[in-house]
Design a binder for this molecule. Structure first.
Ligand code: PAF
Length: 296
């Protein structure tokens, strides 16, 4: 496994490889867990060469979010990548110009809701760095987890709108045995909070079941979501949102039979903010348009 910290060096190594082999890319901010490893395994199945980037991107942290406190666990990440037979780790020190970025990308509309609403500018930082990493690695495919579904939908749209010749592949959320979605933030949960955290996934499942059997009455959806929020609040969980949205456009929907739809939740358990989401009737983003034709 090669560990590369320099952009020019990475380009030099990948240039001849690209002629004959398929390159899969898994961008991460490190602190790898089973969720990331499942993306890496998927990448291994779909391509010949797997590049994993480990870079804590300052631009996606807001002024009140502690970039410095984000866990950096490079030695452990390196060992995990080694075990998964990753070909290249790209671990740059800094990707931004010393005098700051004078050009960057901006997300329109798709970040007005869900986590984007609570974290202004976050997804601008994400698309800018992902675009930069795509330009450096120039992969054939890139894998993103469904756990951060809004991110996946935005990246998918970026690739479409900017005519990028990269296939975006979604990786299913990996869960603990009790159903809690794996996240680097789970480590911050106290013992009691960890027990309560499982209610997020339980609520998503409960609402999904009710929706399946609930006909198509708009009021009943609103009531179902309100009842579920109240139940979570009774467990000391502060719900930021519990919403049903279109799986691709992320627009809010109020029809129970809308498809493709997804249910989203964000909540604070103790001091830790967790997110989760689930497909309704197995709805997933249609990724078929992601690979664009060569421009003429
Ligand atoms: O999902 C993440 O870890 C980050 O948002 C990403 C895609 C690596 C960009 O910094």
């Amino acid at each position: 496994m090669n560990i590369i910290t320099n952009t020019t060096e990475l380009r030099r190594i990948l240039a001849p490889v690209r002629q004959r082999e398929r390159i899969a890319f898994v961008p991460t901010m490190g602190c790898l867990h089973e969720g990331h490893l499942s993306l890496i395994r998927k990448a291994k199945r779909l391509a010949d060469i797997v590049v994993v980037s480990i870079y804590v991107n300052p631009m996606q942290f807001g002024p009140n979010e502690d970039f410095d406190a984000y866990p950096r666990t490079f030695d452990q990440d390196r060992e995990l990548c080694e075990k998964e037979a990753v070909d290249i780790i790209f671990h740059p020190q800094n990707l931004y110009p010393a005098d700051g970025m004078k050009i960057s990308l901006k997300v329109n509309e798709l970040d007005n809701c869900l986590c984007g609403a609570a974290r202004p500018g976050h997804f601008d930082g994400v698309v800018t760095i992902v675009n930069m990493l795509f330009n450096i690695v120039q992969p054939d495919i890139a894998i993103f987890g469904e756990k951060d579904y809004q991110q996946l939908a935005i990246i998918n749209r970026m690739v479409n709108d900017l005519q990028m010749n990269i296939e975006i592949v979604a990786g299913e959320t990996v869960r603990e045995t009790d159903g809690l979605a794996m996240s680097s933030r789970n480590r911050y949960l106290s013992q009691q909070d960890r027990k309560n955290a499982v209610f997020l996934q339980e609520s998503l499942k409960k609402v999904t079941e009710k929706i399946k059997h609930g006909g198509d009455d708009k009021t009943s959806l609103k009531n179902m979501l309100n009842d579920e929020k109240a139940w979570l609040e009774s467990k000391n969980i502060k719900v930021e949102y519990l919403e049903m949205r279109d799986a691709a456009s992320l627009t809010l929907i109020d029809e129970l039979n809308h498809t493709p739809a997804r249910l989203f939740i964000a909540a604070k358990i103790g001091k830790t903010r967790l997110i989760d989401n689930i497909a309704l009737e197995h709805a997933t983003i249609d990724m078929s348009d992601s690979v664009t034709e060569t421009r003429v």
